[in-house]
Ligand binder design. Structure first.
Ligand code: GLC
Length: 590
């Protein structure tokens, strides 16, 4: 069985993980400082969201130099040290490959826009206006049309995401070779693979038809273009197959039926893919008209369908949280009354599905959505642009928008990691001076942080009550608000308690590593219709396990499911009924 199937991935969002130098932004030395923590947690693979040079229109998913480290994150030496530190501890490191688009500040685009006959013109997707307007009616993920006219040549370029994220032209073999070269550069350094950003979008229908009838605004239309498998097979042949590495595709717009084309054993494309069927829908209009949360039977049906369709022909990457979704605990748990129980229950389900699980940073301590009180407190371009389009330009209700954003925005997952209950939750060094600036407390005189929307460094000039004698001080704030619940939810507290969420995660991870039935066993849903309990079995060879997870805050008795010896549970006492958010892993009596 290949390593990637047994592995547990941990996703780091570098901006928010650990800031070693006190500029308000997480960095690579900060990650190095926490490698022992990650090793101790027991994870095998670290996936870093983009660490490359970027003007940060989309927090690093807009890359201006694929071979340079974002200066606020550190240097190439820091990267080399990080990679060595990861390997020394027996872990692996995978990078985010963002090659559907680059930044408009990338040298290629700067050249490309200069003239129609520039050698880099074909690195991007340019089209003449159609009837004086956009070449088709496609919309961008971040509001407005997916085309922008460029004055220099009067043509439009395609950007499925922000205007500052022009789509690369994969039809151009020269562009493809540049990307492959860049991938080799990182693989030659020793990185262990890639998570591939919106990979199904690389190939487009080059006739650029309007949305098909009845699907206006359907952003999944961009996925699975005519040459996608040809491109991925080429990438595999030319690059991936020459290295020992693992790949995870972000499968936006890929259906369960299509997924095996990307990851099927004989396809020679990718190792794993993750889908969006259970993700929070966040297209622009959702900020006013939110989709209801999935019911448990719906959620189970999605997992069942994917497992059944993929079987072990292909392989899934399983997740509940990532940097594009709100916190899973705030979706399916009860952070107020059952923080421990509901977080550990969700962890149990995540880590006992068939597929390679990804844990998102902070979920291992039960981090929750953050109360954002105004649009200014947000950072994400998606929520900002939707606000502009719906509230400012569209006159829709600010109140409804903010209420919804507090449920669905991506920034909930991006607030700084909560390391301890001291200043800045331990995300930044407390006190101290840097560049002539003095760091302050996270809240001074009851004030919360000011957010900056563009700059990597949140500089807040203010007089602090206790320091008025010290003349005017410039304070450095974290780039995004710290969740005010950090005094209650933080790593330091949980590290010393055997009954903490973190301790449960460690126990569960260690147990999983010794349990082949979880890596490779068949999955069967035992109670697909049950409204409160997710009950399933995992079977491999002569090992059989039954997992019960109560998604409700009530006692639930499930006599339909056989009982057995409790292998692991998030409750210490026994009971017939499942208690609120109880999770039990059972070895059924023979
Ligand atoms: C992916 C990333 C997301 C980003 C988008 C554009 O979906 O996960 O964060 O905004 O691609 O690169």
């Amino acid at each position: 069985m290949p390593d990637f199937k047994k592995a547990i991935i941990y996703q780091i969002y570098p901006r928010s993980f650990n800031d070693s130098d006190g500029d308000g932004v997480g960095d690579l030395p900060g990650i190095i400082q926490k490698l022992d923590y990650l090793h101790d947690l027991g994870v095998d693979v670290l996936w870093l969201s983009p660490i490359f040079q970027s003007p940060n229109a989309d927090n690093g998913y807009d890359i201006s130099d694929y071979r340079a480290i974002q200066p606020t994150f550190g240097t190439m030496d820091d990267f080399d040290e990080l990679l060595a530190g990861v390997h020394k501890r027996g872990m692996k490191l995978i990078l985010d490959l963002v090659v559907n688009h680059s930044s408009d500040e990338h040298r290629w685009f700067q050249e490309s826009r200069k003239s129609k006959d520039n050698p880099y013109r074909d690195y991007y997707i340019w089209r003449a206006p159609k009837d004086g307007k956009e070449p088709n009616n496609w919309l961008s993920f971040f509001s407005g049309p997916a085309w922008k006219v460029d004055e220099q040549t009067g043509e439009y370029y395609l950007h499925l995401f922000a205007e500052k994220q022009p789509d690369l032209n994969w039809e151009n073999p020269k562009l493809r070779q540049e990307i492959y070269q860049m991938m080799r550069f990182w693989l030659d350094k020793g990185v262990d693979g890639f998570r591939m950003d919106v990979i199904p979008f690389l190939s487009k229908d080059t006739t650029f038809p309007d949305y098909p009838e009845g699907r206006y605004g359907d952003l999944t239309i961009y996925a699975n273009g005519p040459r996608i498998h040809e491109f991925l097979q080429e990438m595999n042949r030319e690059v991936l197959s020459h290295y020992e590495c693992m790949t995870v595709g972000e499968g936006f717009g890929v259906s369960a039926e299509q997924a095996n084309l990307y990851v099927g054993k004989d396809r020679r494309e990718l190792n794993m893919i993750y889908h969006f069927d259970h993700a929070v829908p966040r297209e622009e209009h959702r900020f006013i008209d939110p989709a209801p949360e999935f019911t448990l039977p719906e959620l189970k049906a999605i997992f069942h369908k994917w497992d059944e369709t993929m079987g072990d022909t292909g392989w899934q990457n399983i997740y509940f949280g990532n940097h594009d979704n709100p916190r899973v605990l705030s979706r399916f748990g009860d952070a107020e009354r059952y923080l421990y129980e509901s977080t550990t229950m969700l962890a149990t389900v995540l880590l006992t599905q068939r597929g390679t699980p990804s844990i998102y940073q902070g979920d291992e301590i039960g981090m929750t959505n953050c109360p954002f009180n105004s649009i200014d407190e947000y950072d994400d371009i998606q929520v900002k642009n939707a606000w502009q389009a719906l509230v400012v330009d569209g006159g829709q209700s600010a109140e409804v928008f903010l209420q919804t954003a507090n449920r669905i925005a991506r920034d909930h997952a991006r607030t700084p990691m909560q390391w301890h209950d001291g200043p800045n939750a331990g995300f930044m060094p407390d006190g101290g001076q840097r560049d002539g600036q003095i760091h302050g407390e996270p809240t001074v005189g009851g004030q919360t942080f000011r957010q900056t929307s563009e700059g990597p460094v949140g500089l807040t000039e203010r007089l602090t009550g206790s320091r008025q004698t010290e003349s005017r001080l410039t304070e450095v704030s974290p780039w995004l608000k710290i969740n005010p619940n950090y005094p209650q939810i933080n790593v330091a507290d949980q590290q010393v308690r055997a009954d903490s969420v973190l301790s449960y995660y460690k126990k569960l991870i260690r147990w999983r590593k010794q349990t082949p039935a979880i890596w490779e066993g068949m999955y069967r849903d035992l109670l697909p219709e049950h409204p409160a309990v997710w009950a399933y079995e995992r079977i491999a060879n002569d090992e059989r396990l039954v997992i019960l997870a109560n998604f409700s805050d009530q006692d639930v008795y499930v006599p339909e499911v056989e009982t057995g010896e409790v292998v692991l549970s998030n409750y210490t006492t026994s009971s017939f009924a499942l208690r609120p958010f109880e999770a039990r892993i059972l070895a059924p009596y023979a």
